[in-house]
Design a protein around this ligand. Structure first.
Ligand SMILES: NC(=O)c1ccc[n+]([C@@H]2O[C@H](COP(=O)([O-])OP(=O)(O)OC[C@H]3O[C@@H](n4cnc5c(N)ncnc54)[C@H](O)[C@@H]3O)[C@@H](O)[C@H]2O)c1
Length: 355
Protein backbone atom coordinates (compact mmCIF):
# COMPACT_ATOMS: atom_id res chain seq x y z
CA UNK A 1 0.00 0.00 0.00
CA UNK A 2 2.79 2.43 0.88
CA UNK A 3 3.22 4.85 -2.00
CA UNK A 4 0.85 3.03 -4.36
CA UNK A 5 -1.24 6.15 -4.96
CA UNK A 6 1.50 8.68 -5.50
CA UNK A 7 1.61 8.43 -9.31
CA UNK A 8 -0.58 10.86 -11.28
CA UNK A 9 -1.73 12.46 -8.04
CA UNK A 10 -1.17 16.02 -6.82
CA UNK A 11 1.20 16.14 -3.87
CA UNK A 12 0.75 18.40 -0.85
CA UNK A 13 3.21 18.58 2.06
CA UNK A 14 1.89 17.77 5.54
CA UNK A 15 2.72 21.33 6.61
CA UNK A 16 0.76 22.88 3.71
CA UNK A 17 -2.21 20.55 4.30
CA UNK A 18 -2.13 21.52 7.97
CA UNK A 19 -1.93 25.26 7.19
CA UNK A 20 -4.85 24.95 4.76
CA UNK A 21 -7.10 23.18 7.32
CA UNK A 22 -6.26 25.63 10.09
CA UNK A 23 -6.89 28.69 7.90
CA UNK A 24 -10.23 27.42 6.54
CA UNK A 25 -11.48 26.39 9.98
CA UNK A 26 -10.46 29.64 11.67
CA UNK A 27 -12.21 31.59 8.91
CA UNK A 28 -15.31 29.53 9.77
CA UNK A 29 -15.25 30.61 13.42
CA UNK A 30 -13.15 27.82 14.95
CA UNK A 31 -10.65 28.94 17.64
CA UNK A 32 -6.96 28.61 16.82
CA UNK A 33 -6.55 25.86 19.43
CA UNK A 34 -9.44 23.77 18.11
CA UNK A 35 -8.42 24.35 14.47
CA UNK A 36 -4.95 23.08 15.41
CA UNK A 37 -6.50 19.92 16.90
CA UNK A 38 -8.71 19.21 13.89
CA UNK A 39 -5.89 19.92 11.41
CA UNK A 40 -3.53 17.62 13.31
CA UNK A 41 -6.04 14.73 13.26
CA UNK A 42 -7.04 15.09 9.60
CA UNK A 43 -3.46 15.41 8.36
CA UNK A 44 -2.44 12.46 10.57
CA UNK A 45 -5.03 10.34 8.74
CA UNK A 46 -3.75 11.41 5.31
CA UNK A 47 -0.15 10.80 6.36
CA UNK A 48 -1.01 7.27 7.53
CA UNK A 49 -2.74 6.51 4.21
CA UNK A 50 -6.26 6.67 5.72
CA UNK A 51 -7.32 9.06 2.93
CA UNK A 52 -10.98 8.33 3.65
CA UNK A 53 -10.76 10.19 6.97
CA UNK A 54 -8.36 13.01 6.16
CA UNK A 55 -8.44 16.58 4.87
CA UNK A 56 -11.00 15.60 2.23
CA UNK A 57 -13.61 15.51 4.98
CA UNK A 58 -13.39 19.31 5.38
CA UNK A 59 -16.21 20.16 2.91
CA UNK A 60 -18.65 17.76 4.59
CA UNK A 61 -17.74 18.98 8.10
CA UNK A 62 -18.12 22.62 7.03
CA UNK A 63 -21.44 21.83 5.38
CA UNK A 64 -22.62 20.67 8.82
CA UNK A 65 -21.30 23.88 10.39
CA UNK A 66 -23.20 25.98 7.80
CA UNK A 67 -26.33 23.88 8.31
CA UNK A 68 -26.13 24.69 12.02
CA UNK A 69 -25.90 21.04 13.11
CA UNK A 70 -22.25 21.13 14.28
CA UNK A 71 -21.14 23.96 16.61
CA UNK A 72 -17.59 25.02 15.68
CA UNK A 73 -17.26 27.25 18.76
CA UNK A 74 -18.64 24.87 21.41
CA UNK A 75 -16.33 23.98 24.28
CA UNK A 76 -16.83 20.45 25.67
CA UNK A 77 -16.99 20.08 29.47
CA UNK A 78 -15.63 17.40 31.83
CA UNK A 79 -17.33 15.94 34.91
CA UNK A 80 -15.35 13.66 37.22
CA UNK A 81 -17.40 10.65 38.31
CA UNK A 82 -14.77 8.72 40.32
CA UNK A 83 -10.99 9.18 40.56
CA UNK A 84 -10.59 7.02 37.43
CA UNK A 85 -13.82 7.78 35.55
CA UNK A 86 -14.89 11.00 33.84
CA UNK A 87 -17.56 12.09 31.43
CA UNK A 88 -17.13 14.59 28.61
CA UNK A 89 -20.14 16.44 27.24
CA UNK A 90 -19.06 17.22 23.69
CA UNK A 91 -21.68 20.00 23.41
CA UNK A 92 -21.92 19.19 19.68
CA UNK A 93 -18.37 20.49 19.07
CA UNK A 94 -16.07 18.81 16.54
CA UNK A 95 -15.63 15.15 17.58
CA UNK A 96 -11.87 15.68 17.38
CA UNK A 97 -12.02 18.37 20.08
CA UNK A 98 -14.29 16.40 22.44
CA UNK A 99 -12.40 13.12 22.03
CA UNK A 100 -8.97 14.74 22.41
CA UNK A 101 -10.09 16.32 25.68
CA UNK A 102 -11.45 12.93 26.79
CA UNK A 103 -8.22 11.08 26.05
CA UNK A 104 -6.21 13.85 27.74
CA UNK A 105 -8.29 13.32 30.90
CA UNK A 106 -8.01 9.50 30.65
CA UNK A 107 -4.21 9.83 30.41
CA UNK A 108 -4.05 12.22 33.39
CA UNK A 109 -6.06 9.76 35.51
CA UNK A 110 -3.99 6.78 34.32
CA UNK A 111 -0.77 8.57 35.21
CA UNK A 112 -1.94 8.74 38.84
CA UNK A 113 -4.09 5.63 39.26
CA UNK A 114 -2.91 3.31 36.48
CA UNK A 115 -6.13 3.54 34.48
CA UNK A 116 -8.44 6.28 33.24
CA UNK A 117 -11.82 5.77 31.60
CA UNK A 118 -13.79 8.49 29.84
CA UNK A 119 -17.23 8.38 28.30
CA UNK A 120 -17.96 11.11 25.72
CA UNK A 121 -21.52 12.14 24.81
CA UNK A 122 -23.08 14.60 22.34
CA UNK A 123 -20.02 14.51 20.10
CA UNK A 124 -19.42 14.27 16.36
CA UNK A 125 -17.43 12.10 13.95
CA UNK A 126 -13.77 12.02 15.06
CA UNK A 127 -12.37 10.53 11.85
CA UNK A 128 -9.54 8.00 12.16
CA UNK A 129 -9.45 6.39 15.62
CA UNK A 130 -5.68 5.83 15.42
CA UNK A 131 -4.92 9.49 16.22
CA UNK A 132 -6.40 8.89 19.68
CA UNK A 133 -4.37 5.71 20.08
CA UNK A 134 -1.32 7.77 19.08
CA UNK A 135 -2.22 10.47 21.63
CA UNK A 136 -2.11 7.75 24.31
CA UNK A 137 1.12 6.26 22.91
CA UNK A 138 2.78 9.69 22.98
CA UNK A 139 2.11 9.66 26.74
CA UNK A 140 3.48 6.09 27.02
CA UNK A 141 -0.01 4.60 27.51
CA UNK A 142 -1.91 1.60 26.24
CA UNK A 143 -5.44 2.48 25.11
CA UNK A 144 -8.86 1.34 23.98
CA UNK A 145 -10.74 3.71 21.65
CA UNK A 146 -14.38 3.00 20.80
CA UNK A 147 -16.98 5.12 19.02
CA UNK A 148 -20.40 4.58 17.54
CA UNK A 149 -21.48 6.03 14.20
CA UNK A 150 -24.47 6.47 11.90
CA UNK A 151 -26.30 3.40 10.54
CA UNK A 152 -24.59 1.76 7.58
CA UNK A 153 -24.48 -1.92 8.44
CA UNK A 154 -27.24 -4.50 8.88
CA UNK A 155 -27.10 -6.68 11.99
CA UNK A 156 -26.53 -10.32 11.15
CA UNK A 157 -29.61 -11.63 9.37
CA UNK A 158 -31.03 -8.13 8.89
CA UNK A 159 -31.46 -6.16 5.67
CA UNK A 160 -31.78 -2.52 6.83
CA UNK A 161 -28.95 -0.21 7.93
CA UNK A 162 -28.99 -0.31 11.71
CA UNK A 163 -25.50 -0.30 13.25
CA UNK A 164 -22.61 1.98 12.35
CA UNK A 165 -19.40 0.94 10.68
CA UNK A 166 -17.91 1.88 14.05
CA UNK A 167 -14.16 1.33 14.37
CA UNK A 168 -12.57 -0.54 17.26
CA UNK A 169 -9.07 0.65 18.08
CA UNK A 170 -6.38 -0.02 20.65
CA UNK A 171 -2.67 0.46 21.13
CA UNK A 172 0.38 -0.50 23.17
CA UNK A 173 3.88 1.01 23.18
CA UNK A 174 6.89 -1.07 22.14
CA UNK A 175 10.53 -0.11 22.44
CA UNK A 176 10.79 0.18 18.65
CA UNK A 177 7.43 -0.96 17.26
CA UNK A 178 4.14 0.29 18.67
CA UNK A 179 1.03 -1.84 18.28
CA UNK A 180 -1.88 0.09 16.70
CA UNK A 181 -5.03 -1.75 15.74
CA UNK A 182 -7.67 0.48 14.14
CA UNK A 183 -10.34 -1.38 12.20
CA UNK A 184 -13.90 -0.90 11.08
CA UNK A 185 -16.16 -3.97 11.59
CA UNK A 186 -17.15 -3.96 7.92
CA UNK A 187 -15.34 -5.60 5.05
CA UNK A 188 -14.29 -2.02 4.15
CA UNK A 189 -14.74 1.36 5.86
CA UNK A 190 -17.71 3.32 4.47
CA UNK A 191 -15.40 6.26 3.81
CA UNK A 192 -13.71 4.10 1.16
CA UNK A 193 -16.99 4.08 -0.77
CA UNK A 194 -17.30 7.87 -0.51
CA UNK A 195 -13.70 8.11 -1.70
CA UNK A 196 -14.35 5.82 -4.70
CA UNK A 197 -17.43 7.88 -5.58
CA UNK A 198 -15.43 11.12 -5.31
CA UNK A 199 -12.71 9.66 -7.50
CA UNK A 200 -15.04 8.04 -10.07
CA UNK A 201 -13.73 4.55 -9.20
CA UNK A 202 -15.52 1.19 -8.82
CA UNK A 203 -15.51 -0.80 -5.56
CA UNK A 204 -14.92 -4.55 -4.97
CA UNK A 205 -18.19 -6.50 -5.09
CA UNK A 206 -17.84 -7.96 -1.59
CA UNK A 207 -17.97 -4.55 0.15
CA UNK A 208 -21.68 -3.68 -0.01
CA UNK A 209 -25.18 -4.47 -1.25
CA UNK A 210 -27.36 -2.05 -3.25
CA UNK A 211 -30.81 -1.05 -1.96
CA UNK A 212 -32.34 -4.21 -3.43
CA UNK A 213 -29.88 -6.47 -1.61
CA UNK A 214 -27.66 -7.23 -4.62
CA UNK A 215 -23.85 -7.11 -4.63
CA UNK A 216 -22.58 -4.03 -6.47
CA UNK A 217 -19.32 -2.42 -7.69
CA UNK A 218 -21.00 1.02 -8.06
CA UNK A 219 -20.20 3.29 -5.06
CA UNK A 220 -23.39 5.37 -5.50
CA UNK A 221 -25.57 2.24 -5.51
CA UNK A 222 -23.63 0.93 -2.49
CA UNK A 223 -24.26 4.16 -0.56
CA UNK A 224 -28.00 3.65 -1.10
CA UNK A 225 -27.70 0.09 0.18
CA UNK A 226 -25.78 -1.47 3.09
CA UNK A 227 -22.15 -2.21 3.95
CA UNK A 228 -21.34 -5.86 4.59
CA UNK A 229 -20.00 -6.77 8.05
CA UNK A 230 -16.62 -8.53 8.19
CA UNK A 231 -16.91 -12.12 9.34
CA UNK A 232 -20.73 -12.15 9.18
CA UNK A 233 -22.23 -12.27 12.70
CA UNK A 234 -18.87 -11.46 14.31
CA UNK A 235 -18.51 -8.08 12.57
CA UNK A 236 -22.13 -7.35 13.31
CA UNK A 237 -21.54 -8.16 17.02
CA UNK A 238 -18.47 -5.89 17.19
CA UNK A 239 -20.55 -3.06 15.81
CA UNK A 240 -23.20 -3.66 18.49
CA UNK A 241 -20.40 -3.71 21.08
CA UNK A 242 -19.25 -0.25 19.92
CA UNK A 243 -22.85 0.97 20.33
CA UNK A 244 -23.18 -0.49 23.87
CA UNK A 245 -19.98 1.14 25.15
CA UNK A 246 -20.19 4.40 23.17
CA UNK A 247 -23.92 5.02 22.81
CA UNK A 248 -25.97 3.17 25.46
CA UNK A 249 -23.48 3.86 28.27
CA UNK A 250 -22.78 7.54 27.49
CA UNK A 251 -26.28 8.95 27.04
CA UNK A 252 -25.65 9.72 23.36
CA UNK A 253 -27.67 8.43 20.42
CA UNK A 254 -27.61 4.64 19.89
CA UNK A 255 -29.55 1.79 18.24
CA UNK A 256 -29.46 3.38 14.80
CA UNK A 257 -30.14 6.98 15.89
CA UNK A 258 -26.72 8.59 15.26
CA UNK A 259 -27.24 11.08 12.42
CA UNK A 260 -25.54 10.40 9.10
CA UNK A 261 -22.75 12.96 8.44
CA UNK A 262 -24.45 13.88 5.17
CA UNK A 263 -27.91 14.41 6.81
CA UNK A 264 -28.32 18.14 7.60
CA UNK A 265 -31.48 17.80 9.71
CA UNK A 266 -29.98 17.40 13.21
CA UNK A 267 -26.74 17.04 15.25
CA UNK A 268 -24.98 13.68 14.96
CA UNK A 269 -24.97 12.96 18.75
CA UNK A 270 -22.08 10.49 18.51
CA UNK A 271 -20.71 8.78 21.65
CA UNK A 272 -17.16 7.59 22.35
CA UNK A 273 -15.55 5.40 25.02
CA UNK A 274 -11.87 5.86 25.85
CA UNK A 275 -9.51 4.03 28.18
CA UNK A 276 -5.87 4.84 28.93
CA UNK A 277 -3.84 2.22 30.78
CA UNK A 278 -0.31 2.37 32.18
CA UNK A 279 1.71 -0.49 30.72
CA UNK A 280 3.93 -0.90 33.81
CA UNK A 281 1.18 -1.93 36.24
CA UNK A 282 2.30 -5.54 36.51
CA UNK A 283 5.86 -5.51 35.12
CA UNK A 284 8.50 -2.83 34.79
CA UNK A 285 8.18 -0.54 31.79
CA UNK A 286 11.39 -1.99 30.30
CA UNK A 287 10.17 -5.55 30.69
CA UNK A 288 6.84 -4.68 29.09
CA UNK A 289 8.51 -3.08 26.09
CA UNK A 290 10.95 -5.97 25.71
CA UNK A 291 8.04 -8.39 25.70
CA UNK A 292 6.25 -6.25 23.09
CA UNK A 293 9.39 -6.34 20.96
CA UNK A 294 9.59 -10.13 21.36
CA UNK A 295 5.95 -10.39 20.26
CA UNK A 296 6.65 -8.12 17.27
CA UNK A 297 9.58 -10.26 16.17
CA UNK A 298 7.64 -13.51 16.59
CA UNK A 299 4.81 -12.08 14.45
CA UNK A 300 6.77 -10.57 11.60
CA UNK A 301 9.32 -13.39 11.38
CA UNK A 302 6.90 -16.32 11.38
CA UNK A 303 6.79 -18.71 8.42
CA UNK A 304 4.89 -17.10 5.57
CA UNK A 305 2.07 -18.56 3.54
CA UNK A 306 2.53 -19.00 -0.20
CA UNK A 307 2.64 -15.70 -2.07
CA UNK A 308 3.40 -13.53 1.00
CA UNK A 309 6.75 -11.67 1.00
CA UNK A 310 6.46 -9.78 4.25
CA UNK A 311 4.35 -9.91 7.39
CA UNK A 312 3.40 -6.66 9.10
CA UNK A 313 2.47 -5.86 12.71
CA UNK A 314 -0.89 -4.05 13.12
CA UNK A 315 -0.31 -0.35 12.37
CA UNK A 316 3.03 -0.97 10.67
CA UNK A 317 1.84 -0.42 7.09
CA UNK A 318 0.40 2.93 8.14
CA UNK A 319 3.66 3.86 9.93
CA UNK A 320 5.64 3.09 6.75
CA UNK A 321 3.17 5.11 4.67
CA UNK A 322 3.53 8.01 7.07
CA UNK A 323 7.33 7.97 6.84
CA UNK A 324 7.08 7.98 3.05
CA UNK A 325 4.42 10.71 2.84
CA UNK A 326 6.33 12.96 5.22
CA UNK A 327 9.08 12.89 2.60
CA UNK A 328 7.14 12.87 -0.67
CA UNK A 329 3.91 14.67 0.30
CA UNK A 330 0.29 13.54 0.52
CA UNK A 331 -1.34 12.51 -2.78
CA UNK A 332 -4.76 13.95 -3.73
CA UNK A 333 -6.69 13.91 -7.02
CA UNK A 334 -7.60 17.13 -8.84
CA UNK A 335 -11.31 16.93 -7.92
CA UNK A 336 -10.41 16.70 -4.24
CA UNK A 337 -8.08 19.72 -4.43
CA UNK A 338 -10.82 21.65 -6.25
CA UNK A 339 -13.37 20.85 -3.52
CA UNK A 340 -10.87 22.01 -0.87
CA UNK A 341 -10.08 25.18 -2.79
CA UNK A 342 -13.79 25.96 -3.14
CA UNK A 343 -13.92 26.05 0.68
CA UNK A 344 -10.88 28.35 0.76
CA UNK A 345 -12.42 30.75 -1.80
CA UNK A 346 -15.74 30.78 0.06
CA UNK A 347 -14.05 32.33 3.13
CA UNK A 348 -11.26 34.22 1.35
CA UNK A 349 -8.20 32.32 2.58
CA UNK A 350 -5.27 30.94 0.54
CA UNK A 351 -5.88 27.89 -1.61
CA UNK A 352 -4.05 24.66 -0.74
CA UNK A 353 -0.40 24.64 -1.92
CA UNK A 354 0.26 21.82 -4.40
CA UNK A 355 3.94 21.07 -4.97
N1 LIG B 1 -15.04 7.57 13.06
C1 LIG B 1 -15.78 6.72 12.39
O1 LIG B 1 -17.00 6.71 12.53
C2 LIG B 1 -15.14 5.73 11.45
C3 LIG B 1 -15.94 4.79 10.79
C4 LIG B 1 -15.34 3.85 9.97
C5 LIG B 1 -13.95 3.85 9.80
N2 LIG B 1 -13.20 4.79 10.43
C6 LIG B 1 -11.74 4.79 10.26
O2 LIG B 1 -11.43 4.29 8.97
C7 LIG B 1 -10.13 3.73 8.99
C8 LIG B 1 -10.07 2.52 8.10
O3 LIG B 1 -10.57 1.35 8.73
P1 LIG B 1 -10.40 -0.07 8.01
O4 LIG B 1 -11.07 -1.10 8.82
O5 LIG B 1 -10.76 0.05 6.58
O6 LIG B 1 -8.80 -0.25 8.12
P2 LIG B 1 -7.88 -1.34 7.39
O7 LIG B 1 -8.68 -2.51 6.97
O8 LIG B 1 -7.05 -0.65 6.38
O9 LIG B 1 -6.92 -1.75 8.60
C9 LIG B 1 -7.43 -2.37 9.77
C10 LIG B 1 -6.29 -2.78 10.69
O10 LIG B 1 -5.58 -3.89 10.12
C11 LIG B 1 -4.21 -3.60 10.00
N3 LIG B 1 -3.75 -4.16 8.74
C12 LIG B 1 -4.25 -3.87 7.50
N4 LIG B 1 -3.59 -4.57 6.56
C13 LIG B 1 -2.66 -5.31 7.22
C14 LIG B 1 -1.68 -6.27 6.82
N5 LIG B 1 -1.49 -6.61 5.53
N6 LIG B 1 -0.90 -6.85 7.77
C15 LIG B 1 -1.06 -6.52 9.08
N7 LIG B 1 -1.98 -5.64 9.53
C16 LIG B 1 -2.76 -5.05 8.61
C17 LIG B 1 -4.06 -2.10 10.03
O11 LIG B 1 -2.81 -1.70 10.56
C18 LIG B 1 -5.23 -1.70 10.94
O12 LIG B 1 -4.83 -1.70 12.28
C19 LIG B 1 -9.77 3.56 10.45
O13 LIG B 1 -8.80 4.55 10.75
C20 LIG B 1 -11.05 3.86 11.20
O14 LIG B 1 -10.83 4.48 12.47
C21 LIG B 1 -13.76 5.73 11.25
Amino acid sequence: MAGSETTSKLLVSAQDANDYVKAVLQANGVSEQDATTVAHCLVAADLRGIDTHGVNRIPSYLARVRQGVLDPTAQPTITEKTPVVAQVDGKNAFGFVAARLGMEKAIDMAQIYGIGMVSVKHSNHFGMSAWLVQQALDAGMMSLVFTNSSPALPVWGGKEKLMGVSPIACGAPGSEHDFILDMAPSVAARGKIYKAKRRGEKIPVDWALDKDGNRTDDPSAALEGVMLPMGGPKGSALSIMMDVFSGVLSGSAFAGHVTNPYDPSKPADVGHFLIALKPDLFLSSDEFKQRMEYLYNRVVNCEKMAGVDKIYFPGEIEQLTEAERRESGIPYVAAEIEALNAEARRVGVSEIVVS
